[in-house]
Design a protein around this ligand. Structure first.
Ligand SMILES: NC(=O)c1ccc[n+]([C@@H]2O[C@H](COP(=O)([O-])OP(=O)(O)OC[C@H]3O[C@@H](n4cnc5c(N)ncnc54)[C@H](O)[C@@H]3O)[C@@H](O)[C@H]2O)c1
Length: 438
């Protein structure tokens, strides 16, 4: 099939490439000319495991191409997917400026009836508005459909190739059939293709993210309480997880969720609820708990090192909002860095993939280190912010020798408190007792 993707970011580039991999001819369109040029030169603008190889091989096979030209990009497309950003607006609701500009562009340039599929996460009711807007004064009858994306950054290719489910919201059999046909290669293991109204599809995406964010804020609140109760959240987590109604997934305490989706989607859902006269009490609490949780590491650092941090050196391991991505949007690390700088501390940071993104925000205010061990040289405090695999089992003898101090503050509970005490560290984590050298 001929497909067009408008918006070549995390979602558009991954899904467009995966559809090309299954034999479709895909044109990815973006207004960012620099990004398109780099893609044409074989430079992939984001880090996502497995993506570079797939993009390069599909470009070489002439199934995947990149352009800034909307008219030629959508010309032959049997399905046009929109995957532009829908960031948080000033009032908390999703900002749909990019989406409407794309929709108006399609209406003006399309030379035949089109099926326009929204992959971006958009407020419930947007698809119906799109259906009206794209046909307002148009020469052809176009159709709007919804196909929310559930991929996780860090596992985006894998998730797209083997989705738990595909959800589509459609108005016609033709749209359903075309969407089913392009997704069939990825659903061979009987994972479902779920057909519903566009409103239900739009709602499904937000409800999924709200549920996941709720789980994270729930376990973080319980972890904070465990610290006061002399209980260990890790034991508690396992204790509840064996209840099949609860399970183990997504119940790891930490420093709060970040990323390009959860924070903005929860706030968009809060705004949507308020617009429709529903009081989103639970979701507001989920957001509040998360904002507070982003400060937990800073609080723990002050508890352990004393309130005066001026002149102290703090090393951070992990900056991206989660491992296996270079995405730092709404990352808890950014909050911690700001708090440390405001307190007059020196900040040294390491991340396997996102240093270049963090540099764009903090410039020369902090020190960037290519290697994890180099980061801790002369540091009074080491803070673990993102649980990259390479931080799970480091050589603590080396760390102890290189550090100036002995405080380790672990926002991801990667290490065993008793072992850390045995190694001579003052060690704090989330929802577990803080320990000192044995
Ligand atoms: N990132 C994720 O993990 C994820 C997962 C599921 C859903 N989503 C949703 O998918 C959507 C896209 O997210 P993303 O993370 O890929 O965003 P992104 O910021 O990485 O990419 C968006 C792209 O759209 C381009 N763009 C903006 N306006 C344009 C226009 N008028 N014409 C053409 N291109 C334009 C930008 O230049 C950018 O390359 C959002 O609604 C997001 O909520 C994201």
């Amino acid at each position: 099939m001929q497909l067009a993707f408008i918006g070549t970011g995390y979602v558009g580039l991954v899904s467009g490439t995966c559809f090309a991999e299954s034999g479709n001819r895909v044109t990815c369109i973006d207004i960012d000319a620099e990004k398109v040029k780099r893609l044409r030169d074989g430079i992939i603008p984001i880090y996502e495991p497995g993506l570079t190889e797939l993009v390069l091989s599909n470009v070489q096979a002439e199934r995947l191409q990149f352009t800034t030209d909307l008219a030629s990009g959508i010309d032959k497309a049997e399905l046009i997917f929109i995957a532009v950003g829908t960031p948080q607006g000033d009032d908390g609701a999703a900002d749909l400026t990019a989406l409407w500009s794309v929709v108006d562009g399609i209406r003006k340039t399309a030379q035949e009836p089109k099926i326009v599929v929204v992959k971006s996460t958009v407020p419930v009711g947007t698809n119906s508005k799109l259906q009206a807007r794209i046909n307002d004064g148009s020469k052809f009858p176009h159709e709007a459909a919804s196909n929310p994306e559930f991929l996780k950054e860090g596992y985006a290719v894998e998730d797209f190739m083997k989705p738990d489910r595909v959800v589509v919201g459609v108005r016609s059999k033709l749209a359903e059939q075309r969407l089913k046909k392009v997704h069939e290669p990825f659903l061979r293991t009987n994972h479902p293709f779920l057909v519903m109204s566009p409103e239900s599809a739009e709602m499904t995406k937000y409800v999924a993210n709200c549920m996941l964010a709720t789980k994270i804020s729930f376990i973080n609140e319980m972890a904070n309480l465990c610290e006061r109760m002399n209980a260990d959240i890790n034991d508690v987590r396992i204790g509840i997880g064996h209840d099949s109604r609860i399970g183990f997934q997504f119940l790891f305490p930490g420093v709060g969720y970040g990323g390009s989706c959860f924070p903005k989607d929860i706030r968009a859902m809060i705004a949507l609820a308020k617009q429709h006269g529903v009081s989103p009490r639970l979701l507001e609490s989920v957001d509040d708990v998360n904002e507070d949780q982003k400060s937990r590491l800073f609080e723990k650092i002050k508890e352990m090192a004393g309130p005066e941090l001026a002149g102290k050196t703090v090393a951070l391991w992990g900056l991206s909002f989660k491992p296996r991505t270079d995405d730092i949007r709404e990352a808890p690390s950014l909050v911690l860095i700001r708090q440390l700088l405001d307190a007059g501390a020196h900040v040294r940071v390491h991340d396997p993939k996102s240093l270049h993104n963090v540099k764009q925000i903090f410039g020369d205010q902090i020190t960037y280190c290519d290697r994890a061990y180099g980061t801790v040289e002369g540091a009074d405090i080491l803070a673990i912010v993102t649980e990259w695999q390479e931080f799970r089992n480091p050589d603590f003898e080396i760390i102890r020798r290189l550090m100036n101090g002995s405080i380790v503050v672990d926002g991801r509970n990667l290490y065993d408190p008793a072992s850390m005490a045995g190694l001579g560290f003052h060690y704090a984590s989330i929802g577990r007792a803080t320990v000192g050298p044995a």
